[in-house]
Design a protein around this ligand. Sequence first.
Ligand code: NAD
Length: 319
Amino acid sequence: MKKAMVTGAGGFIAHHLIKRLHQEGYWVRGADIKKPEFGKTAADEFSVLDLRGFENCKKALALDGTFDEVYHLAADMGGMGFIHSMACDIMRNSALMNIHMINAVAQAKIKRYFFSSSVCIYRDMKIGEPEMSEEQAYPALPDNEYGWEKLYAERIALAYGKQHEFKVRIARFQNCYGPEGTWHGGREKAPAAICRKVAEVQDGGTIEVWGDGSAVRSYTYVDDMVDGIYRLMQSDLEGPANIGNPEYVSVNQLVEIVARVAGKKINIKHIKGPVGVQSRNFSNEKIYKTGWRARFNTEAGIRKTYPWIEQQVKKSRHA
Ligand code: NAD
Protein backbone atom coordinates (compact mmCIF):
# COMPACT_ATOMS: atom_id res chain seq x y z
CA MET A 1 0.00 0.00 0.00
CA LYS A 2 1.41 3.39 -1.02
CA LYS A 3 1.69 6.02 1.71
CA ALA A 4 1.11 9.73 1.05
CA MET A 5 1.37 12.82 3.22
CA VAL A 6 -0.85 15.71 2.12
CA THR A 7 -0.47 19.24 3.50
CA GLY A 8 -3.28 21.77 3.43
CA ALA A 9 -5.54 18.81 4.29
CA GLY A 10 -7.90 21.09 6.20
CA GLY A 11 -8.39 23.18 3.05
CA PHE A 12 -10.40 22.85 -0.11
CA ILE A 13 -8.36 21.10 -2.82
CA ALA A 14 -6.33 18.83 -0.52
CA HIS A 15 -9.55 17.66 1.20
CA HIS A 16 -10.81 16.46 -2.20
CA LEU A 17 -7.40 15.10 -3.20
CA ILE A 18 -7.32 12.91 -0.08
CA LYS A 19 -10.68 11.36 -1.06
CA ARG A 20 -9.16 10.48 -4.44
CA LEU A 21 -5.96 9.04 -2.96
CA HIS A 22 -8.09 6.94 -0.65
CA GLN A 23 -10.03 5.59 -3.64
CA GLU A 24 -6.71 4.78 -5.30
CA GLY A 25 -5.83 2.61 -2.29
CA TYR A 26 -3.33 4.91 -0.53
CA TRP A 27 -2.80 5.23 3.21
CA VAL A 28 -2.91 8.99 3.79
CA ARG A 29 -1.80 11.34 6.53
CA GLY A 30 -3.19 14.86 6.28
CA ALA A 31 -1.50 17.84 7.92
CA ASP A 32 -2.82 21.34 8.42
CA ILE A 33 -3.04 24.05 11.04
CA LYS A 34 -6.80 23.32 11.18
CA LYS A 35 -9.19 20.43 10.51
CA PRO A 36 -11.51 20.62 7.47
CA GLU A 37 -14.37 23.06 7.96
CA PHE A 38 -16.84 21.11 5.83
CA GLY A 39 -17.15 17.35 6.03
CA LYS A 40 -14.98 14.72 7.64
CA THR A 41 -11.49 14.12 6.27
CA ALA A 42 -10.87 10.88 4.36
CA ALA A 43 -7.30 10.84 5.73
CA ASP A 44 -6.33 7.79 7.78
CA GLU A 45 -4.48 10.09 10.15
CA PHE A 46 -4.67 13.86 10.60
CA SER A 47 -1.94 15.95 12.24
CA VAL A 48 -2.80 19.47 13.33
CA LEU A 49 0.51 21.30 12.85
CA ASP A 50 1.73 24.78 12.02
CA LEU A 51 3.91 23.99 9.01
CA ARG A 52 5.78 27.32 9.12
CA GLY A 53 8.19 25.57 11.51
CA PHE A 54 10.83 23.07 10.42
CA GLU A 55 10.28 20.78 13.44
CA ASN A 56 6.58 20.53 12.60
CA CYS A 57 7.35 19.71 8.97
CA LYS A 58 9.60 16.91 10.24
CA LYS A 59 6.77 15.71 12.54
CA ALA A 60 4.35 15.65 9.60
CA LEU A 61 6.77 13.34 7.78
CA ALA A 62 7.75 11.16 10.74
CA LEU A 63 6.82 7.55 10.02
CA ASP A 64 8.03 4.03 10.61
CA GLY A 65 9.55 3.86 7.11
CA THR A 66 9.06 6.71 4.62
CA PHE A 67 6.19 8.21 2.71
CA ASP A 68 6.15 7.30 -0.99
CA GLU A 69 4.71 10.67 -1.97
CA VAL A 70 4.25 14.11 -0.44
CA TYR A 71 1.64 16.51 -1.80
CA HIS A 72 2.28 20.03 -0.51
CA LEU A 73 -0.84 22.19 -0.86
CA ALA A 74 -0.76 24.22 2.36
CA ALA A 75 -0.56 27.94 1.69
CA ASP A 76 -1.78 31.23 3.09
CA MET A 77 -4.10 32.22 0.31
CA GLY A 78 -7.49 33.51 -0.80
CA GLY A 79 -9.27 35.37 -3.57
CA MET A 80 -8.26 38.71 -5.12
CA GLY A 81 -9.40 40.77 -2.11
CA PHE A 82 -7.17 38.73 0.21
CA ILE A 83 -4.23 38.58 -2.20
CA HIS A 84 -4.21 42.35 -2.64
CA SER A 85 -4.58 43.24 1.05
CA MET A 86 -2.46 40.57 2.79
CA ALA A 87 0.72 40.46 0.69
CA CYS A 88 3.12 40.33 3.69
CA ASP A 89 1.29 37.43 5.39
CA ILE A 90 1.10 35.51 2.12
CA MET A 91 4.79 35.96 1.32
CA ARG A 92 6.04 35.23 4.83
CA ASN A 93 3.76 32.36 5.83
CA SER A 94 3.79 30.48 2.54
CA ALA A 95 7.54 30.96 2.01
CA LEU A 96 8.27 29.56 5.49
CA MET A 97 6.11 26.49 4.80
CA ASN A 98 7.59 25.95 1.34
CA ILE A 99 11.22 26.27 2.47
CA HIS A 100 10.87 24.07 5.55
CA MET A 101 8.72 21.39 3.91
CA ILE A 102 11.05 20.82 0.96
CA ASN A 103 14.04 20.68 3.33
CA ALA A 104 12.24 18.14 5.54
CA VAL A 105 11.31 16.10 2.45
CA ALA A 106 14.97 15.99 1.38
CA GLN A 107 16.10 14.95 4.88
CA ALA A 108 13.42 12.22 5.06
CA LYS A 109 14.61 10.95 1.66
CA ILE A 110 11.12 11.09 0.11
CA LYS A 111 11.22 10.09 -3.55
CA ARG A 112 8.30 12.13 -5.00
CA TYR A 113 7.13 15.63 -4.11
CA PHE A 114 4.18 17.57 -5.50
CA PHE A 115 3.93 21.35 -5.20
CA SER A 116 0.78 23.37 -5.94
CA SER A 117 1.71 26.51 -7.83
CA SER A 118 -0.61 28.92 -9.59
CA VAL A 119 -1.16 30.64 -12.92
CA CYS A 120 -0.70 33.84 -10.85
CA ILE A 121 3.01 33.40 -11.65
CA TYR A 122 2.31 34.62 -15.23
CA ARG A 123 2.14 38.24 -16.39
CA ASP A 124 -1.07 40.08 -17.20
CA MET A 125 -2.41 39.21 -20.67
CA LYS A 126 -4.72 40.80 -23.19
CA ILE A 127 -8.02 39.05 -23.98
CA GLY A 128 -7.49 36.75 -26.97
CA GLU A 129 -3.66 36.74 -26.74
CA PRO A 130 -2.19 33.38 -27.86
CA GLU A 131 -2.06 30.84 -25.03
CA MET A 132 1.16 30.82 -23.01
CA SER A 133 3.18 27.69 -22.42
CA GLU A 134 4.94 26.96 -19.12
CA GLU A 135 8.35 28.26 -20.35
CA GLN A 136 6.81 31.64 -21.14
CA ALA A 137 6.59 32.40 -17.42
CA TYR A 138 10.06 33.94 -17.98
CA PRO A 139 11.03 36.77 -18.09
CA ALA A 140 8.81 36.84 -15.02
CA LEU A 141 6.33 39.59 -14.24
CA PRO A 142 3.60 38.27 -11.93
CA ASP A 143 0.79 40.71 -11.19
CA ASN A 144 0.87 40.16 -7.40
CA GLU A 145 3.12 39.05 -4.51
CA TYR A 146 1.30 35.71 -4.22
CA GLY A 147 2.55 34.94 -7.74
CA TRP A 148 6.13 35.98 -6.93
CA GLU A 149 6.15 33.77 -3.84
CA LYS A 150 4.86 30.80 -5.86
CA LEU A 151 7.56 31.34 -8.46
CA TYR A 152 10.26 31.27 -5.79
CA ALA A 153 8.67 28.15 -4.25
CA GLU A 154 8.72 26.40 -7.63
CA ARG A 155 12.41 27.19 -7.96
CA ILE A 156 13.39 26.03 -4.48
CA ALA A 157 11.44 22.78 -5.01
CA LEU A 158 13.20 22.15 -8.33
CA ALA A 159 16.61 23.01 -6.85
CA TYR A 160 16.12 20.55 -3.97
CA GLY A 161 14.87 17.85 -6.31
CA LYS A 162 17.96 18.25 -8.48
CA GLN A 163 20.55 18.42 -5.69
CA HIS A 164 18.98 15.71 -3.51
CA GLU A 165 17.87 13.53 -6.42
CA PHE A 166 14.13 13.15 -5.93
CA LYS A 167 11.23 13.71 -8.33
CA VAL A 168 9.44 17.03 -8.18
CA ARG A 169 6.09 17.58 -9.87
CA ILE A 170 4.63 21.10 -10.04
CA ALA A 171 1.14 22.07 -11.19
CA ARG A 172 0.17 25.64 -11.96
CA PHE A 173 -3.52 25.67 -11.09
CA GLN A 174 -6.09 27.82 -12.79
CA ASN A 175 -8.91 29.11 -10.56
CA CYS A 176 -10.44 26.06 -8.83
CA TYR A 177 -13.94 25.80 -7.38
CA GLY A 178 -16.46 23.26 -6.14
CA PRO A 179 -18.41 22.16 -3.08
CA GLU A 180 -16.72 22.32 0.34
CA GLY A 181 -14.60 25.32 -0.66
CA THR A 182 -14.42 28.66 1.14
CA TRP A 183 -17.60 30.53 0.24
CA HIS A 184 -17.55 33.56 2.59
CA GLY A 185 -15.33 35.44 5.03
CA GLY A 186 -12.99 37.24 2.61
CA ARG A 187 -10.81 34.36 1.31
CA GLU A 188 -13.39 33.04 -1.17
CA LYS A 189 -12.64 33.19 -4.90
CA ALA A 190 -14.85 34.56 -7.68
CA PRO A 191 -17.01 31.46 -8.45
CA ALA A 192 -17.86 30.89 -4.77
CA ALA A 193 -18.40 34.62 -4.13
CA ILE A 194 -20.77 34.93 -7.10
CA CYS A 195 -22.68 31.76 -6.14
CA ARG A 196 -23.09 33.16 -2.60
CA LYS A 197 -24.24 36.59 -3.81
CA VAL A 198 -26.78 35.04 -6.19
CA ALA A 199 -28.04 32.70 -3.45
CA GLU A 200 -28.47 35.66 -1.10
CA VAL A 201 -30.77 37.71 -3.38
CA GLN A 202 -34.32 37.15 -4.59
CA ASP A 203 -35.20 36.50 -8.24
CA GLY A 204 -34.81 39.88 -10.03
CA GLY A 205 -32.30 41.11 -7.42
CA THR A 206 -28.98 42.93 -7.90
CA ILE A 207 -25.50 41.76 -6.93
CA GLU A 208 -22.29 43.79 -6.74
CA VAL A 209 -19.34 42.72 -8.90
CA TRP A 210 -15.81 44.17 -8.62
CA GLY A 211 -14.63 45.92 -11.80
CA ASP A 212 -16.50 46.08 -15.11
CA GLY A 213 -16.90 42.29 -15.35
CA SER A 214 -14.84 41.97 -18.54
CA ALA A 215 -11.84 40.19 -16.96
CA VAL A 216 -11.44 36.71 -18.44
CA ARG A 217 -10.57 33.56 -16.50
CA SER A 218 -10.82 29.82 -16.75
CA TYR A 219 -12.52 28.03 -13.86
CA THR A 220 -11.61 24.43 -13.11
CA TYR A 221 -13.97 22.12 -11.24
CA VAL A 222 -12.27 20.50 -8.24
CA ASP A 223 -12.70 16.87 -9.41
CA ASP A 224 -10.88 17.77 -12.63
CA MET A 225 -8.11 19.52 -10.68
CA VAL A 226 -7.62 16.52 -8.42
CA ASP A 227 -7.48 14.21 -11.43
CA GLY A 228 -4.80 16.46 -12.96
CA ILE A 229 -2.75 16.45 -9.74
CA TYR A 230 -2.91 12.67 -9.49
CA ARG A 231 -1.99 12.07 -13.13
CA LEU A 232 0.86 14.59 -12.99
CA MET A 233 2.29 13.01 -9.85
CA GLN A 234 2.27 9.55 -11.47
CA SER A 235 3.77 10.88 -14.74
CA ASP A 236 7.36 11.42 -15.84
CA LEU A 237 6.68 15.06 -16.81
CA GLU A 238 9.48 17.30 -15.59
CA GLY A 239 9.02 20.99 -14.76
CA PRO A 240 5.79 22.89 -14.04
CA ALA A 241 2.55 22.02 -15.87
CA ASN A 242 -0.55 24.21 -16.22
CA ILE A 243 -3.85 22.57 -15.24
CA GLY A 244 -7.05 24.32 -16.26
CA ASN A 245 -10.38 24.06 -17.98
CA PRO A 246 -9.79 25.36 -21.56
CA GLU A 247 -13.06 27.32 -21.54
CA TYR A 248 -12.55 31.07 -21.02
CA VAL A 249 -15.36 33.13 -19.50
CA SER A 250 -15.63 36.75 -18.40
CA VAL A 251 -16.85 37.59 -14.90
CA ASN A 252 -20.12 38.86 -16.43
CA GLN A 253 -20.56 35.52 -18.21
CA LEU A 254 -19.86 33.70 -14.97
CA VAL A 255 -22.69 35.66 -13.32
CA GLU A 256 -25.00 34.69 -16.23
CA ILE A 257 -24.10 31.01 -15.77
CA VAL A 258 -24.71 31.10 -12.02
CA ALA A 259 -28.02 32.96 -12.51
CA ARG A 260 -29.15 30.36 -15.07
CA VAL A 261 -28.27 27.50 -12.72
CA ALA A 262 -30.07 29.26 -9.84
CA GLY A 263 -33.11 29.93 -12.05
CA LYS A 264 -33.02 33.65 -11.18
CA LYS A 265 -32.87 36.87 -13.14
CA ILE A 266 -29.90 38.79 -11.72
CA ASN A 267 -28.84 42.41 -12.30
CA ILE A 268 -25.20 43.40 -11.87
CA LYS A 269 -23.96 46.58 -10.20
CA HIS A 270 -20.29 47.08 -11.07
CA ILE A 271 -18.27 48.58 -8.24
CA LYS A 272 -14.60 49.40 -7.67
CA GLY A 273 -12.53 46.50 -6.31
CA PRO A 274 -9.39 44.43 -6.83
CA VAL A 275 -9.84 42.70 -10.18
CA GLY A 276 -6.36 41.31 -10.85
CA VAL A 277 -5.18 40.69 -14.39
CA GLN A 278 -7.34 41.31 -17.46
CA SER A 279 -6.92 37.86 -18.92
CA ARG A 280 -5.37 34.44 -18.41
CA ASN A 281 -4.91 32.14 -21.42
CA PHE A 282 -2.72 29.11 -20.88
CA SER A 283 -1.84 26.09 -22.88
CA ASN A 284 -2.73 22.71 -21.36
CA GLU A 285 -0.71 20.77 -23.95
CA LYS A 286 1.76 19.55 -21.35
CA ILE A 287 -0.80 18.07 -18.92
CA TYR A 288 -2.72 16.62 -21.89
CA LYS A 289 0.28 14.29 -22.36
CA THR A 290 -0.89 12.45 -19.22
CA GLY A 291 -4.29 11.81 -20.84
CA TRP A 292 -5.91 14.46 -18.62
CA ARG A 293 -8.87 16.42 -19.95
CA ALA A 294 -11.31 18.71 -18.12
CA ARG A 295 -14.59 16.80 -17.88
CA PHE A 296 -16.66 19.66 -16.46
CA ASN A 297 -17.30 22.84 -18.40
CA THR A 298 -18.07 25.90 -16.27
CA GLU A 299 -21.83 25.39 -16.29
CA ALA A 300 -21.54 21.68 -15.37
CA GLY A 301 -19.24 22.55 -12.46
CA ILE A 302 -21.48 25.38 -11.26
CA ARG A 303 -24.44 22.94 -11.35
CA LYS A 304 -22.59 20.85 -8.77
CA THR A 305 -21.35 23.82 -6.73
CA TYR A 306 -24.27 26.27 -6.55
CA PRO A 307 -26.67 23.96 -4.65
CA TRP A 308 -24.00 23.38 -1.97
CA ILE A 309 -23.36 27.12 -1.51
CA GLU A 310 -27.10 27.85 -1.53
CA GLN A 311 -27.46 25.30 1.27
CA GLN A 312 -24.64 26.98 3.28
CA VAL A 313 -26.33 30.38 2.86
CA LYS A 314 -29.66 28.95 4.11
CA LYS A 315 -27.95 27.23 7.06
CA SER A 316 -26.14 30.44 8.04
CA ARG A 317 -29.46 32.33 8.04
CA HIS A 318 -30.91 29.85 10.49
CA ALA A 319 -27.80 29.72 12.69
P1 NAD B 1 -7.19 26.54 1.08
O1 NAD B 1 -6.96 27.87 1.70
O2 NAD B 1 -8.57 25.96 1.15
O3 NAD B 1 -6.18 25.47 1.69
C1 NAD B 1 -4.90 25.83 2.14
C2 NAD B 1 -4.71 25.20 3.50
O4 NAD B 1 -3.41 25.55 3.99
C3 NAD B 1 -5.72 25.68 4.56
O5 NAD B 1 -6.48 24.61 5.08
C4 NAD B 1 -4.85 26.30 5.62
O6 NAD B 1 -5.32 26.09 6.95
C5 NAD B 1 -3.51 25.63 5.39
N1 NAD B 1 -2.46 26.41 6.03
C6 NAD B 1 -2.29 27.76 5.97
N2 NAD B 1 -1.29 28.12 6.80
C7 NAD B 1 -0.84 26.97 7.39
C8 NAD B 1 0.19 26.70 8.34
N3 NAD B 1 0.92 27.69 8.87
N4 NAD B 1 0.40 25.42 8.69
C9 NAD B 1 -0.36 24.41 8.17
N5 NAD B 1 -1.34 24.61 7.28
C10 NAD B 1 -1.58 25.88 6.89
O7 NAD B 1 -6.69 26.65 -0.43
P2 NAD B 1 -6.94 25.70 -1.69
O8 NAD B 1 -7.85 26.42 -2.59
O9 NAD B 1 -7.25 24.34 -1.25
O10 NAD B 1 -5.49 25.74 -2.35
C11 NAD B 1 -4.55 24.69 -2.19
C12 NAD B 1 -3.27 25.06 -2.90
O11 NAD B 1 -3.54 25.33 -4.28
C13 NAD B 1 -2.59 26.30 -2.36
O12 NAD B 1 -1.19 26.12 -2.40
C14 NAD B 1 -3.00 27.39 -3.34
O13 NAD B 1 -2.08 28.45 -3.37
C15 NAD B 1 -3.04 26.60 -4.64
N6 NAD B 1 -3.92 27.22 -5.66
C16 NAD B 1 -5.27 27.25 -5.45
C17 NAD B 1 -6.08 27.83 -6.43
C18 NAD B 1 -7.59 27.88 -6.25
O14 NAD B 1 -8.26 28.41 -7.14
N7 NAD B 1 -8.17 27.38 -5.19
C19 NAD B 1 -5.52 28.36 -7.58
C20 NAD B 1 -4.14 28.33 -7.74
C21 NAD B 1 -3.34 27.73 -6.77
